[in-house]
Design a protein around this ligand. Structure first.
Ligand SMILES: [Zn+2]
Length: 471
């Protein structure tokens, strides 16, 4: 088994060979916490989650770091506009981000570093860049990275360094940079803005330097994978490479992975476009978090993905199909010999699923392998061709695949209200006593509570009407 990933920097598929054998270190650019993350942001975070889950499923140890940007221009404006402190604003939206991430079943990264808690590392990195001549100060107390000192600049975004940043001339005048292409790694103090008193002077860090400092603090000067949305390739990731490699003299990142935008109404989903959908709003509409997760991970990460009511409906149908298979299998009872062909069928599905994801997280054939298996299992159920133990084996196989996808039902967490459970038990008793009138009455009563009762050869089973929030 080898995982191959398409590296943005080299433009080639590379075998993933962790710098430390068996241990993959991953950094993902996380949210800037001045408002709720929209589902376009979450597409990028869930792609990283899928990668992390798959690598773990393959037996690799993964250390995953996702930063939280808790100081920048938008945060400063947001806090001033809301009349609250920056800490109060960022704390609130960090909590909301974590709650949304949990409801979408995103694994929690090992480290969620915040920029304001890494000022020492940021200042040390800037000091090194000043010492090595890769950075310089301006009169207003700002510090800029000197692109002329770093000939490799532009290699990630494939830019001609001489043509860079012509559009930023206005900002250049404002800051009196030596070179229009140079970017701020430290911003001098301004009235009404927060600043830190440090050995490099008074001010606050630029956004790009935060990620370099936090990535290297938690993962070392070189690590395996860096992820983000494609809009971060330039300038954010280009700048991260320049600052980090200029400071350490080592290759910063082995493989760069970039996720395409989520589109809505033909445009990139972005706060600035005004076409955003929020996790919380969708849940209020009764959308299943699992269906939403499915919709966001079911296209290849480098393919642009359109978000529509139709795509949500088909994601909901897929999740319901999966739920129905789990339910049928977990209640299936047949006293017969095990099917000797079943283990091979389960193994073949697992192999096809894993091989697809090994190939640059090729999700479509991976999902096809899962749903082909579901169809096959449904046929076996209808034909009563499995033993009770076979059905249990099939559930184990589906659960195994779901360790990567995270879209399956969570039976353990499904706790019914006690009076609903009493009604279900009472109906089972009525059926056992062949009291059909009472049994029908109880079924109607349960329907009124949103619980659908189905009778099968394996006895009575229940499900919630439609798929609703898992929360
Ligand atoms: Zn970043």
């Amino acid at each position: 088994m080898t995982v191959r990933l398409l590296d943005t920097l080299s433009g080639r598929q590379r075998d993933l060979v962790p710098l430390e054998p068996g241990h993959v270190r991953i950094y993902s650019c996380g949210p800037t916490v001045y408002g709720p993350a929209h589902i376009g942001n979450f597409r990028s975070f869930l792609f990283a989650d899928l990668l992390v889950r798959h690598l773990r499923w393959r037996g690799l140890r993964v250390t995953w770091v996702m930063n939280v940007t808790d100081i920048d221009d938008k945060i400063i404006r947001g806090a001033a506009g809301a009349g609250v402190s920056i800490e109060a604003l960022t704390e609130r939206w960090t909590e909301r981000f974590l709650a949304d991430a949990a409801s979408l079943r995103m694994n929690q990264p090992e480290v969620l570093p915040r920029a304001t808690r890494h000022m020492d590392e940021i200042v040390a990195l800037i000091s090194t860049l000043l010492d090595k001549g890769h950075a310089y100060r301006t009169d207003d107390g700002s510090i800029f990275f000197r692109i002329a000192s770093w000939p490799a600049y532009g290699k990630l975004a494939r830019l001609d360094p001489d043509q860079l940043r012509v559009g930023e001339r206005v900002e250049a005048d404002e800051y009196a940079k030596d070179d229009v292409r140079d970017f701020a790694i430290w911003k001098g103090p301004k009235p009404g803005e927060p600043s830190w008193s440090t050995t490099i002077g008074e001010g606050r860090p630029g956004w790009h330097i935060e990620c370099s400092a936090m990535a290297m603090k938690h993962l070392g000067p070189s690590f395996d994978i860096h992820t983000g949305g494609i809009d971060l390739i330039f300038p954010h990731h280009e700048d991260e490479i320049a600052q980090s490699e200029a400071a350490t003299g080592q290759e910063f990142v082995g493989t760069w992975l970039h996720c395409a935008h989520l589109q809505m109404g033909g445009e990139k989903m972005a706060r600035s476009e005004g076409n955003i959908a929020l996790v919380g709003e969708l849940l209020e509409r009764g959308i299943s978090t699992r269906a939403l997760r499915y919709a966001l991970i079911s296209a290849h990460y480098r393919a642009s993905l359109s978000y529509t009511d139709d795509s949500l409906a088909s994601a909901t149908a897929a999740v319901e199909r999966l739920d129905a298979a789990y339910l049928a299998l977990s209640t299936y009872r047949e006293d017969r010999a095990d099917d000797p062909a079943l283990p091979d069928a389960l193994d073949a599905a697992r192999t096809a699923f894993g091989a697809a994801l090994d190939d640059d997280l090729n999700i479509s054939p991976a999902l096809a392998a899962l749903f082909d298996l579901v169809r096959d299992l449904n046929r076996r159920i209808d034909a009563r061709a499995m033993s009770t133990a076979d059905a249990e084996r099939a559930v184990v196989a589906l659960r195994d695949i779901d360790l990567v996808l995270g879209i399956g039902p969570d039976f353990e967490a499904e706790v019914l209200e006690p009076d609903v459970q009493d009604l279900i038990d009472a109906r089972a008793a009525a059926r056992a006593a062949r009291d059909w009138a009472r049994s029908d009455r109880l079924r109607d009563e349960l329907a009124g509570r949103g619980i659908v009762i189905e009778d099968s050869r394996d006895g009575q089973r229940w499900r919630r009407a439609g798929v609703t929030s898992d929360a």
